[in-house]
Design a protein around this ligand. Sequence first.
Ligand SMILES: CC(C)(COP(=O)(O)OP(=O)(O)OC[C@H]1O[C@@H](n2cnc3c(N)ncnc32)[C@H](O)[C@@H]1OP(=O)(O)O)[C@@H](O)C(=O)NCCC(=O)NCCS
Length: 198
Amino acid sequence: MKLRRKRYSHAWVDSADPIVTERLEVVPITPELDASYLALFDDDFLTTHHWTAAMVDALDMSLRAGRSLRHAITKSTAVLVLGDEPLVAIGFISIARNPKRRQNEHLIGLQISREHRGKGYTTEALPAILHHIERADISNVVLATSENNLAMIRVCEKLGFCHQAERYKHPDGTEEMARVYRVLPRQPSHSSTSRIDW
Ligand SMILES: CC(C)(COP(=O)(O)OP(=O)(O)OC[C@H]1O[C@@H](n2cnc3c(N)ncnc32)[C@H](O)[C@@H]1OP(=O)(O)O)[C@@H](O)C(=O)NCCC(=O)NCCS
């Protein structure tokens, strides 16, 4: 199976301008990070992102296949690495135009490895990433998640994102009513006891 090239539409991170937060760096996927990046595509990923094993195989092959396919993937996807440890991807974030949705709408996909969850890494990284992509002129960005993804919903609550319920079509073709958080352009702030200003 082939991954669709047009999905990977807008380069938003490059090694000359990494995104640096207190504990993390958000960097492009270099060949030395391939193994730890691909390890993030575990069973859990398949369920929460509605991917199939064949899609992961295609991604793996694309990374091996050479420059142009690698470039297509690494344009839209960056990995989170811990600043003071050996270079290992502890998570990834992709921001890519979604051909199934309105024109120019970009969709966020993200995954943190199991052993690094619940340590605040997504809450720490996401605001810095959104600031960065605003500067790269990506302005129409959504994050879609299932009603049962309580960790993702909690992160969005902490960051004060607003959502609406929308019928959502996943990469594997399934559809559900999902929470769609419109994260850029920024929404007017609303009151929340645990809102984090970003
Ligand atoms: C969703 C995900 C990216 C969050 O990343 P993370 O780095 O663990 O997030 P943070 O640590 O910044 O915050 C997680 C919050 O959710 C809370 N949480 C975790 N599991 C929870 C659960 N089952 N019920 C309620 N809250 C939960 C944590 O306690 C924390 O909130 P707190 O700071 O108030 O204690 C990560 O869990 C993940 O990779 N999940 C699998 C893939 C996925 O769902 N991706 C998103 C698809 S849209």
